[in-house]
Structures are given as C-alpha cells and as structure tokens.
Design a protein around this ligand. Structure first.
Ligand SMILES: Cc1cc2nc3c(=O)[nH]c(=O)nc-3n(C[C@H](O)[C@H](O)[C@H](O)COP(=O)(O)O)c2cc1C
Length: 306
C-alpha cells in the first residue's frame, strides 16, 4: 500500500485531502455519511466573534459547471464554537483546522488568542470579509491588510497560521508573498471567484447582496494557475482549493505546487467522493511504481516540460 501522508509545514497529515471551509460544517455535520476521519484534516466553517444568521435566501444558484453561493458567513459564533463544536470534535479524537474571520486585525488576534493551539491543527484566516475600518473593502485584496492580520494573529497564537487567499486580485502571488513575509505558515488558494446570476423575470440578481462566490469545476483551472504562480514566488506550503472533484484533480494541484488539497463543492453532490479520491490516489501511485508522493514528485521533476 503506498503511503498517502503529506507534510504541510510541521504538520503531517495522513492523506492530502482536506474538507474545505463552509462545505463540511464543523466537522461532524455529515457524519456518518462522510466521517471526518477520512480526510487528512477538516477545515471548519468560518467562525466569527459573534453568531451570524447569514444572508437572506436565495443563497445558492447552480451554474453549468459550478455553484454560486451567497451564504454570508452564517455561523454559531466563537462562544458556541468553543463550548459545543470544538469539544465534540475533541471527544472524537479530532483536531480541526479552524477557519476564523473578524472585522479588524485586533479582532482577528482576539479570536486567535481564544483558541487553544493544543486542541486544533491550525488556524485558517478567512480574509475574504469586509475591513470595517476601510469602508468594507475586502481584506484579502490588500497585501498590507493581509500582512497586518497575519502578524496580529501570529503574535496571539502559538500554532500554525494558514492564510486563505482570494482569486479576485490582479496578482495573487503578491498577496501570498505578503502573508509569507508576515509569518504565515501556509497559504490556501483559492476562495470563491466573484460571480453573479440574473433572474430574467426581474432582470436583477436573485441574491440580496447581488454578487456571489463561484466555486466548483469551473474554477479548477483558475485555482491551478493561482497555486502555480504562488509556488514560483513563495516557499511556504500551499493548500490548493477550487473545483477538485477527482483524484486526477488532486494530482494536478500537487503537480502545480500544492502540498495538500481541499475539496468543497464536490462534497455536496457525492458523499462517496473522498473515498474514491483516496482510492484513485493510491492506484495512481501504484501505477507509477511510487510508494509516496515524494516519489511521484521526483518523477514529475524528471519529466520533460510538456
Ligand atoms: C456553500 C459554500 C460556503 C462556503 N463557506 C466558506 C467559509 O465559511 N469560509 C471560507 O473560507 N470559504 C468558504 N467557502 C469557499 C470554499 O472553502 C472554497 O474555497 C471554494 O468553494 C472553492 O473550492 P471548491 O470549488 O472545491 O468548492 C464556501 C464555499 C461554498 C460553496
């Protein structure tokens, strides 16, 4: 049996497949249909300082090759997360990657300080949220804001800090570099792409907030390019995210430079997917005579450019 384990910085994960934030609840919501143990790690729904009810429906619209969502960060808030969700995972012997968001660098740091590094694998900073002090602009589009939040969290939390990046910028590698210089242990790319739908009866978007986030197979090529460009620029580990729906997609992310891969939208349609992806990864390592992803990377490095 090939060894599917991967390293993300100092962390060793049993396999390179993670559940992406917002697509697997707080880790136990899909159990036993999808047991969280199947993943190398689970990233929780983004938690904010206070509970949030999220946007008014409709919140989802299907597109030919993807999903538009306008959930609005509905979540239970930090107190309930600490009181209920995290202990439930702990009782199961699981340490999640906890996704957090807040309205300012000090508010991010306060959230980070409330989390026990021994109870979680890492923090993932969801910076695709409004910067209260800058008139609601998205933190993740501003390298200086990304660096300020990363530094603030770094000094408040004694464990791995992952920074999740938005593709809605001109140069995602520049933002990744800002996060890395500020002390990020890994960067995660990508969050959803800015998108929109139109209801032809009204001639308007069906979403209360008009625009929404696009995910699913349509965004895979965008995500692969983002991971590759980041890999050319920074040395920190990269978590590839966006449109992964098969073992082949996961392998493409790893070849583009990702250290591990998060799967989101594809989980909604197919609870058997994680198991099939892992079986497919094993089969591919076997087929190429590899006992680990390190072996496969060596084969890829030796192959002529296509
Ligand atoms: C319904 C839904 C909710 C999401 N909620 C979050 C969230 O709370 N925090 C976050 O960082 N990303 C969130 N995302 C983005 C995903 O984690 C992921 O970055 C994106 O969907 C691209 O991956 P995918 O194509 O595999 O879904 C959400 C995505 C979807 C579809």
């Amino acid at each position: 049996m090939p060894d599917l384990s991967v390293h993300v910085g100092g962390l060793t994960l049993a396999n390179p497949l993670l559940a992406a934030s917002g697509c697997f609840g707080y880790g136990l919501d899909c159990d036993p249909l999808i047991a969280p143990e199947i993943f190398g790690a689970v990233v929780t729904k983004t938690v904010t300082p206070e509970p949030r009810r999220g946007n008014t429906p409709p919140r989802l619209a299907e597109t030919p090759a993807g999903l538009l969502n306008s959930i609005g960060l509905e979540n239970v808030g930090l107190a309930a997360f600490l009181d209920e969700k995290l202990p439930a995972l702990g009782a199961r012997g699981l340490r999640p990657v906890v996704s957090i968001a807040a309205g300012s660098p000090p508010a991010f740091a306060a959230m980070a300080g409330a989390l026990d590094p021994a109870a979680i694998l890492a923090l993932e900073l969801n910076l695709s949220c409004p910067n209260v002090a800058a008139g609601g602009a998205n933190f993740a589009t501003d390298p200086a804001a990304v660096a300020a939040i990363t530094r603030a969290v770094r000094s408040a939390f004694d464990g791995p800090v992952w920074v999740k990046l938005t593709p809605n910028v001109t140069d995602i590698a520049e933002v990744a570099a800002a996060a890395a210089r500020a002390g990020a242990d890994a960067v995660c790319a990508i969050n959803t792409l800015l998108g929109m739908d139109i209801d032809l009866e009204t001639g308007k978007s069906p979403f209360a907030r008009v625009t929404a986030g696009l995910s699913g197979p349509a965004v895979l090529p965008v995500a692969l390019a983002a991971v590759w460009r980041i890999r050319q620029r920074v040395d920190v580990p990269v978590l590839g995210i966006g449109g992964a729906a098969s073992a082949a997609d996961v392998l493409k992310f790893l070849a583009a430079g990702a250290d591990a891969v998060q799967v989101g939208t594809a989980l909604f349609g197919d609870p058997g997917l994680p198991r099939r992806i892992l079986a497919g990864l094993e089969a591919e390592l076997d087929r190429r005579g590899c006992t680990s992803f390190a072996d496969l990377r060596a084969l890829w490095r030796a192959a002529p450019a296509g």
